[in-house]
Ligand binder design. Sequence first.
Ligand code: SF4
Length: 339
Amino acid sequence: MTMTDGKVLLEVNNLKQYFPIKGGVLGRTVNQVKAVDDISFVIHEGETLSIVGESGCGKSTTGRSIMRLEKPTGGQIIYNGEDLFALSKKEMRRRRGDIQIIFQDPYASLNPRRTVFQTIDEAMTIQKVGDKSNRRQDIGELLKTVGIGEHQMNLYPHQFSGGQRQRIGIARALSVRPKLIICDEAVSALDVSIQAQVLNLLKDLQRRFKLTYIFISHDLGVVRHISDRIIVMYLGKIMEISDQKSLFNNPGHPYTYALLSSIPSTKMDEKKARVILHGDVPSPVNPPTGCPFHTRCPYVFDQCVSEKPVFYQIGENQSAACHLLKNGKVEFKNMKSPG
Ligand code: SF4
């Protein structure tokens, strides 16, 4: 059984998250940043779905929209059959027990004036989890699960290392017994050796507690180790959705191919395969016409400038939005890159 055979836990339909740009004396909306622009995907129970892309591609905004930390501009998010955007604030607070988020900077997300015990106790009290009288024991167990000593529960965040603080962030997320955890650049601030430990911990916890992860990262090297499926985003849009193996062995979209080329350790044909992306990501205020990637794509042709590509199914669990795929999958390494 593959992960995509599992029950759909979360469905994102045509999600749009625009942020207004105010201007003039009256502070009217003069333009919009299209941080997330009409994206759709599903997540299955027990899978790890990663969202990757350069900074500003909309991956973190997508995570925040799912948590309803932003007021959505449009679309639907269906969690376990329930439309999250239709819930009142109070109802959404209850749902937050099911969906948790772990941020990049554990220090910023932990209150420096609260001990580890107080931090986790507060989360459990708000979500009405467990019995108050067993709190010390429950939190001690939880800390042991993430590799922190029970005796450390009365310490403050500054008394821990970066890796330990992230473990505490994970313990806090787990304390309310979530089903879905959004890891937003959760290991990006950690040293490589600590990254590996935290990734292994996340995998272990997933098996033990049947967790589903959305793993948001700019680092394809990290994503490779944790993902079942991967979404590649660019300028607020999805370029490719693929299972991990197909994406790394045979990417379907020129942008994915270019991102993979930039990882030094990938087993790609050195001379033919490398595609260097030139220039910066264009502004999401005035995204390019047609294919959003056309200003940087080495394979651009006329149609790309005028027409938005549709998604083409190019494998059992792989689809991508590129005009080149109209007649099936393309081997990018055999194509000439003007870059
Ligand atoms: Fe490149 Fe055109 Fe494909 Fe966009 S549609 S990725 S510009 S070839």
